[in-house]
Design a protein around this ligand. Structure first.
Ligand SMILES: [Ca+2]
Length: 202
C-alpha cells in the first residue's frame, strides 16, 4: 500500500536545465520520444513498451501501480518497491536519438518517506540521478538536459523501497520547445548588441 504523497503541487527542480519550462501534460505531446510515458497503456510491464531490466532484481521487480489517487496523471504509475533493500529493480526504454542533439529528460517522482529506499536514473548508461532514503514529498518534476552520444539512447529507472514504493510517472524526452530554443540565443545576443552600440557611441 502506498501512502501519503498526493498529486497536488508540482515542484520544478530545474536541476540541469534552468530556464526551460514546460507543462506537466507534455508527456502526452507528439514530440515525446517516450512510449507510454504515463504508464496508462497497460497494467503490467509484461505488455508494456517499458522493459524490466533482467540484470537487476526480477524477484520483486518494479510494477505498474493502478490507483488514480496515487498517480500523477491518469490512473497508473510505475512503483519501485523491490525488496530486499538495495536490491534494485529497473525499467528502461531504448529511444532513437540524434548524436550531438541535446534533449530535455523529465519525469515526476513521488516518495512516501519510508526508508530504506533508493532511486537512480540513467541516460545512455550514465547515472544522472542517485538518491538514498528520500524524504516524503509529493510528485516532483525532475528535469535534466542530456546530449545523445548514440543513435540509440537507453533511459533507465532503478530503485527499491521498503515497506512501500517510490512512484514514477509522466516521463518525457524531447528537444526544447521551439519558443525556448529560439528565445535563448536571442537573449544572449541582447547584451552583445548593447555593447556594440555603446562602443560606436563613444
Ligand atoms: Ca500516469
Amino acid at each position: 500500500m502506498l501512502s501519503s504523497w498526493k498529486k497536488t503541487v508540482t515542484l520544478f527542480l530545474g536541476l540541469l536545465a534552468p530556464g526551460v519550462t514546460f507543462a506537466s501534460g507534455l508527456c502526452d505531446t507528439p514530440t515525446n520520444l517516450v512510449q507510454d510515458c504515463g504508464f496508462e497503456a497497460t497494467n503490467t510491464f509484461a505488455t508494456s513498451p517499458w522493459s524490466v531490466d533482467q540484470l537487476l532484481n526480477t524477484a520483486s521487480p518494479p510494477t505498474i501501480g493502478v490507483e488514480a489517487a496515487l498517480a500523477n496523471s491518469g490512473n497508473n504509475f510505475a512503483a519501485f518497491g523491490s525488496i530486499p533493500a538495495g536490491a534494485d529493480g529497473g525499467i528502461y526504454q531504448d529511444l532513437q536519438t540524434q548524436i550531438g542533439t541535446t534533449y530535455i529528460f523529465s519525469f515526476y517522482l513521488g516518495s512516501d518517506g519510508q526508508v530504506p529506499d533508493d532511486f537512480k536514473v540513467k541516460w545512455g548508461g550514465t547515472t544522472i540521478y542517485s538518491q538514498n532514503n528520500l524524504p516524503n514529498f509529493n510528485y516532483s518534476q525532475l528535469t535534466f538536459s542530456e546530449t545523445a552520444t548514440s543513435s540509440i539512447t537507453r533511459i533507465e529507472f532503478e530503485g527499491s523501497d521498503q515497506p512501500y514504493q517510490l512512484a514514477l510517472d509522466d516521463v518525457f524526452v524531447g528537444v526544447p520547445e521551439p519558443s525556448v530554443a529560439i528565445l535563448t540565443p536571442l537573449l544572449l545576443l541582447v547584451p552583445f548588441g548593447i555593447r556594440r552600440y555603446q562602443k560606436r557611441a563613444v
